[in-house]
Write a protein that binds this ligand. Structure first.
Ligand code: ADP
Ligand code: MG
Ligand code: MG
Length: 313
């Protein structure tokens, strides 16, 4: 492992590829390897610290979780400004949001996106024990298409752990004081919007991630080609709320009206894969958190969908 504070000197930044809520994401070269560098603004030190703690959790490595390489904090020369970096694998396709905006999907790739995302989430949610090490259960708390990346083989991986919480199952302790209203308003679960979430029970956070996963799966489903056609990309609830909805607007819609994004009859009638996808989605966004599927079940249900790989892909 390279010593801290040397990485930022070794990485050559090329171009800026993204901008999140607080920072910038760049693509760069670390020796021969192409890497992504997320730079955090100083005001977001908390999120850098948290994301780093999560990535440095024992046994977190998984093909459907973004691969972390290093974190670094250093003082810029000639100024007292602190810069915080997070270095990870770079994925050329960018986020699932970017990908879905550009491309439609075959049934095969729709199921692959859905299954690999659910598998990454299932891995995150579960605990793992070996003789000398424990991987705690982790809830993400900001699942959305912008926080999922598309790899070159068109598998997805989960990224952006700035809001995640860990649970020690033996001591039954959550590792930070969880604020009940975290995340992106559009994707907040009914229990987060309505403040009915039981923050003393870690399962509540997992159930809340599953609701958000349901919305992401719906975004994927819209882009699947059925008889050569698909719908244009849209964010969930696009037809009912403005670009940056308030919590009050989301609460009226999702909690009071129990409104959910539309599942087109055409998808269910003409494609077995889309029909399976639709029923899984409906079990993810149930108003009752305990009625939702768990992530491992979602993954298994997708593994059971029989879709043929299209030729030349
Ligand atoms: P924030 O915490 O500021 O939201 P994210 O980690 O979500 O930052 O990254 C913001 C955006 O940058 C993502 O939506 C994606 O478009 C892009 N991005 C982030 N990491 C990578 C990566 N490793 N490879 C490719 N694009 C990335
Ligand atoms: Mg993000
Ligand atoms: Mg973040």
């Amino acid at each position: 492992m390279l010593e801290q504070k040397t990485i930022s000197r070794q990485v050559k930044l090329n171009v800026q590829i993204g901008r999140g809520r607080y920072g910038e994401v760049w693509v760069g070269k670390w020796f021969d390897k192409e890497v992504a560098v997320k730079k955090f603004a100083f005001c977001d030190k908390e999120s850098w610290t948290r994301e780093r703690e999560i990535y440095e959790t024992d046994m977190l490595r998984n093909e459907y979780i973004l691969t972390y390489l290093a974190a670094d904090m250093y003082e810029r020369e000639f100024s007292s400004c602190l810069e915080m970096w997070m270095v990870t694998d770079f994925h050329e396709h960018g986020s699932l949001f970017d990908y879905l905006n550009q491309y439609s999907l075959s049934e095969y790739h729709m199921i692959k996106f859905a299954r690999t995302t659910a598998s990454g989430l299932a891995f995150l949610h579960m605990d793992l024990r070996t003789r000398d090490s424990v991987k705690p259960c982790i809830a993400h708390r900001d699942i959305k298409s912008r926080n999922i990346l598309v790899k070159s083989d068109l598998a997805c991986c989960i990224a952006d752990f700035g809001l995640a919480v860990r649970h020690d199952t033996v001591k039954n302790l959550i590792d930070i004081a969880p604020n009940s209203k975290q995340g992106t308003k559009r994707y907040m679960s009914p229990e987060v919007l309505g403040e009915t979430i039981n923050i003393d029970d870690f399962t509540s956070f997992k159930n809340s991630d599953i609701y958000s996963l349901g919305l992401v799966l719906w975004e994927i489903l819209r882009r699947c080609l059925v008889d050569g056609e698909c719908l244009e990309y849209q964010l969930p609830y696009h037809e009912r709320v403005p670009g940056d909805p308030s919590i009050a607007e989301m609460k009226t819609l999702v909690v009071d009206e129990k409104y959910r994004p539309e599942i087109k009859k055409r998808w269910v009638d003409s494609s077995e894969a889309c029909s399976a996808m639709a029923s899984i989605i409906e079990e993810c966004w149930s108003p009752l958190p305990e009625a939702r599927l768990n992530a491992r079940r979602v993954e298994k249900n997708f593994s059971d969908v029989d879709v043929k790989r299209p030729p030349y892909s």
